[in-house]
Design a protein around this ligand. Structure first.
Ligand SMILES: [Ca+2]
Ligand SMILES: [Ca+2]
Ligand SMILES: [Ca+2]
Length: 686
C-alpha cells in the first residue's frame, strides 16, 4: 500500500462548497457518485479515510488496467472537467511509466476519445483541466489507470468536478486557481492577492469579481526584481478541444513605463505567438482587454510580465472569460475552412483564374505508366497547367484562392505532381496577394521532387491584411516545359507544424509514426511491411505513399511470398453501434500479376468473418480510394487481407485508413469503378 503524499496539499486543492456537486462530479467522500469500477479489469478502491479512490495494484502486473466508468451524462453547454489526481512511483525513471488516462465515450461512436493522459509522478495532488465541447450526444467518462514497469506505482483520484464554462475561464476565487500555474522564477512570480492575504500596508487593489477586500486576483510585483527584463509567467491550463472566439480579462498596471504585460499562446511544440500587449495609455483602475483567441489544437495562454527594474510596480489580473464569438473590436468576415479549400471534384470551388485565358485546366485522366490519376480518389478531377495546348515560352498560369481574413495564422496544404521538366525548381510557386493586389510575396516554390508523385506541400503564413493565395505555374522555355498538376488544396487555422505534432485522431492511421493499433498474427518476410518510397520490384507497387508522397504505407512484398500466400492486418477492436460504420482507405494495386485485396469484418466471440469488400488483379498505377459502409452492433475488428498473385509483379499497398461510426459522407461512384472512364475524359496532349 502506497502512502499518499502531502495532506496539506489535499486541503488546499479540495474544491470549496462541494455540498451538491454537478452531474459527473465526485469528491469520493462517502461513495463513488455512480462511477463504477469495471469488473473485467483491476478494481478501483474507495479509501474512506483519505476521501479518494485508488487503483488496487496489489497483485497486478505491468500493463494491467483499472477502468472507472461514469454514469451516462450530457453536456449541452461547453463544460470543464477538473480532475485532482496523483501518480506515485518508487522508481525514478521508467521506460514504461504508469499512466492515468481520461477518455470520453460518446453514444454512437465506435471508439473512445482520449482527452488527456498523464504519466509524471508527483509528491502531491495535481489538477488537470479538460475542455468538453457542447454536444447533444450522451456520453460517459472513463478514468483508466495503466500499471507501468515497477509494480510499486500507485494511481489515485481525489476528485472529479464537471462544471459548465471553459477551462480557461477563472475569477481566482477558488483555491485551485482553475489550474492556472505560476512558472517559478527566483525573483518575480505571480501570487494570489486579496482576501486574507491582504495586509494593511498593501498597495494592491480590491479584486474585480466581488469588488471587495474578500475577493481574489493574481498579481506580480517588481520589488524583488534583480535582472533587467526579468519575467513572470502565469500559464493557463492547456485547451483540449478546438475553440475560437474572444478571450477577455481585467488587469491593472502601476507605473506602466517600467513593465510590459504581454499575452502569448504556446502550443505543444513550445511555439510562442504574441496575441496582445499593453498599450501606453492605461487607466489606473481595472482595464478590460479583449483578445481574439483561436486554438484549433491544444494550446496554453501565457500572461507574461517583464520588468525593467525594481520600480516596475505591480500588474494585477482578474476575471478571465471566453466567448465563442469574435471580439467586438474585430470587424469584417470570418474564416471558413470549407470555403477556402477545394478538391476540384465538382468545380473550382471559390478559386478562379485571370481573365486573359485559363492557364489551369480542370481535368480527369485515365492513369497510365506516364501519368497518375487525381489525389482525392485516384479517379477524380484535378488541375493541370502547361499542356502543349496552352504552353508557350514565358507563359504563366495563375490560380487565385478566395479572400482570407487578415491577422490570423493559416496552414495551407496542397498536393502537386510534376511531369516532364528537365529542371523542376520554380516551375510551381505560391504567392500571397494582399487584397488590393499591390503587394505580392512569394511564400513557396517547388524544388526537385520525385516525378509524377503526388507530393504534399505545407506552408504556414500570417498577414495583417486580408489576402489571397495564388498558385503560379511557369513554362520558362519551349525546350523545357512540362506538366504541373494540383489537387486537394486545404486552408486551416493555426500552424502546420503544431497539427503535425499531434497524435492522430482515434480511428485514423496514416502509418507515418508507426502501425497505429493495427496488429498481425505473425510477422515475417511474408507479412505486411511498413515502407517509405518505392518498392524494390519495378512495374509494381507505389512510388510514394498517399499521405504526403514521401511518407509511409503498408504493403506486401510479392518477391518474399509464394502464389496464393496471405498477409493479414487487423484493426484494433471497435465498439458496435446501431446504424452504419464508415471505413475509408487508399489502396494501390499495380502490377501485371496482382492478386487480391480483401476486407473482412470479424465480430468478437464469432469464429467466422464477413467479406466486406474485394478487388482482384491490377487496378491502377494510382492510389485509389476504397469506401465501405457496414453495420455492426457488436465489438469487432476490420481485417485487410492481401493475397499474392501469379508473379512477383503483385505488390499490394494500403494507406490513410479511417474507421468511423456513422454513414460515409461521400458515396463511391459505382459507375466510375465498372466503366473505367468510358466518358468524360480529357484528352491532354503533352
Ligand atoms: Ca476575483
Ligand atoms: Ca481531386
Ligand atoms: Ca502514409
Amino acid at each position: 500500500m502506497v502512502l499518499w503524499g502531502v495532506l496539506l496539499a489535499v486541503q488546499v486543492l479540495r474544491f470549496s462548497g462541494a455540498v451538491e456537486l454537478p452531474a459527473g462530479s465526485c469528491a469520493f467522500e462517502d461513495g463513488t457518485c455512480g462511477y463504477e469500477s469495471l469488473f473485467t479489469y483491476l478494481p478501483w478502491i474507495l479509501n474512506e479515510e483519505g476521501h479518494y479512490i485508488y487503483m488496487d495494484t496489489s497483485f497486478a502486473t505491468q500493463g494491467e488496467k483499472a477502468v472507472l466508468l461514469s454514469p451516462e451524462l450530457q453536456a449541452e453547454e461547453w463544460s470543464c472537467i477538473r480532475l485532482v489526481y496523483q501518480i506515485t512511483t518508487s522508481s525514478e525513471t521508467s521506460s514504461d511509466p504508469s499512466r492515468l488516462n481520461l477518455y470520453v465515450r460518446f453514444e454512437g461512436e465506435n471508439f473512445d476519445r482520449l482527452l488527456w493522459s498523464a504519466k509524471e509522478p508527483s509528491d502531491s495532488w495535481l489538477i488537470a483541466s479538460l475542455d468538453l465541447r457542447n454536444s447533444t450526444k450522451k456520453f460517459q467518462i472513463l478514468v483508466e489507470g495503466v500499471l507501468g514497469l515497477g509494480t510499486t506505482a500507485g494511481i489515485a483520484v481525489f476528485e472529479i468536478k464537471m462544471t459548465t464554462g471553459y477551462c480557461i475561464e477563472c475569477d481566482f476565487e477558488e483555491n485551485h486557481l482553475c489550474g492556472f500555474m505560476n512558472r517559478w522564477n527566483p525573483n518575480v512570480n505571480w501570487f494570489v492577492g486579496g482576501g486574507n492575504i491582504r495586509n494593511l500596508h498593501s498597495v494592491l487593489p480590491e479584486d474585480h469579481t466581488l469588488k471587495s477586500e474578500f475577493g481574489h486576483f493574481m498579481y506580480v510585483d517588481s520589488v524583488y526584481v534583480k535582472h533587467f527584463q526579468e519575467v513572470a509567467q502565469l500559464v493557463s491550463p492547456r485547451t483540449t478541444a478546438p475553440m475560437s472566439g474572444c478571450l477577455s480579462f481585467y488587469y491593472q498596471l502601476q507605473q506602466e513605463n517600467d513593465n510590459v504585460f504581454t499575452l502569448y499562446t504556446r502550443d505543444v511544440t513550445g511555439l510562442y505567438e504574441e496575441i496582445w500587449k499593453t498599450k501606453s495609455t492605461e487607466s489606473t483602475d481595472w482595464n478590460l482587454a479583449e483578445v481574439d483567441f483561436s486554438a484549433p489544437y491544444p494550446m496554453e495562454v501565457i500572461f507574461e510580465v517583464a520588468f525593467n527594474g525594481a520600480k516596475g510596480g505591480f500588474v494585477a489580473l482578474d476575471d478571465i472569460s471566453f466567448s465563442p464569438v469574435h471580439c467586438q473590436s474585430q470587424t469584417g468576415f470570418s474564416f471558413s475552412a470549407k470555403e477556402a479549400s477545394c478538391n476540384f471534384e465538382d468545380d473550382l470551388c471559390n478559386f478562379y483564374q485571370d481573365k486573359d485565358g485559363p492557364g489551369w485546366n480542370r481535368v480527369k485522366l485515365k492513369p497510365n505508366v506516364y501519368r497518375a490519376g487525381d489525389h482525392t480518389t485516384g479517379l477524380g478531377y484535378f488541375l493541370l497547367a502547361n499542356t502543349k495546348f496552352t504552353s508557350q515560352p514565358g507563359y504563366i498560369g495563375r490560380l487565385y484562392g478566395p479572400s482570407l481574413p487578415g491577422n490570423l495564422q493559416y496552414c495551407l496544404r496542397f498536393y502537386y505532381a510534376l511531369h516532364g521538366f528537365f529542371k523542376m525548381s520554380d516551375t510551381l510557386a505560391v504567392y500571397i496577394f494582399e487584397e488590393n493586389h499591390v503587394v505580392q510575396e512569394k511564400i513557396w516554390s517547388v524544388l526537385e521532387s520525385p516525378r509524377g508523385v503526388w507530393t504534399q506541400a505545407e506552408i504556414t503564413f500570417k498577414k495583417p491584411m486580408p489576402c489571397k493565395v495564388v498558385f503560379m505555374s511557369w513554362c520558362k522555355s519551349f525546350w523545357d516545359c512540362g506538366l504541373v498538376a494540383l489537387d486537394d488544396i486545404t486552408v486551416s487555422l493555426g500552424n502546420c507544424r503544431s497539427t503535425d505534432s499531434l497524435p492522430p485522431p482515434p480511428g485514423q492511421c496514416t502509418f507515418e509514426q508507426d502501425e497505429c493499433s493495427f496488429t498481425q498474427e505473425r510477422r515475417n518476410r511474408s507479412s505486411w511491411h511498413r515502407k517509405r518510397g518505392e518498392t524494390p520490384t519495378s512495374y509494381t507497387g507505389p512510388k510514394g505513399d498517399h499521405t504526403t508522397g514521401v511518407g509511409y504505407y503498408m504493403y506486401i512484398e510479392a518477391s518474399n511470398m509464394v502464389y496464393g500466400q496471405k498477409a493479414r492486418l487487423a484493426s484494433k477492436s471497435l465498439r458496435g453501434v446501431s446504424g452504419k460504420h464508415c471505413l475509408t482507405f487508399f489502396y494501390h494495386m499495380y502490377g501485371a500479376g496482382t492478386g487480391l485485396l480483401n476486407v473482412y469484418l470479424k465480430m468478437e466471440g464469432y469464429s467466422g468473418e464477413t467479406l466486406l469488400w474485394r478487388r482482384r488483379g491490377e487496378q491502377s498505377i494510382s492510389w485509389l480510394r476504397g469506401l465501405i459502409e457496414y453495420n455492426c452492433e457488436k465489438q469487432h475488428q476490420v481485417i485487410f487481407e492481401a493475397i499474392r498473385g501469379m508473379s512477383i509483379r503483385s505488390d499490394i499497398a494500403i494507406d490513410d485508413v479511417t474507421l468511423l461510426a456513422g454513414p460515409c459522407t461521400e458515396i463511391e461512384d459505382a459507375a466510375q469503378q465498372s466503366s473505367g472512364f468510358s466518358e468524360d475524359l480529357n484528352e491532354i496532349e503533352y
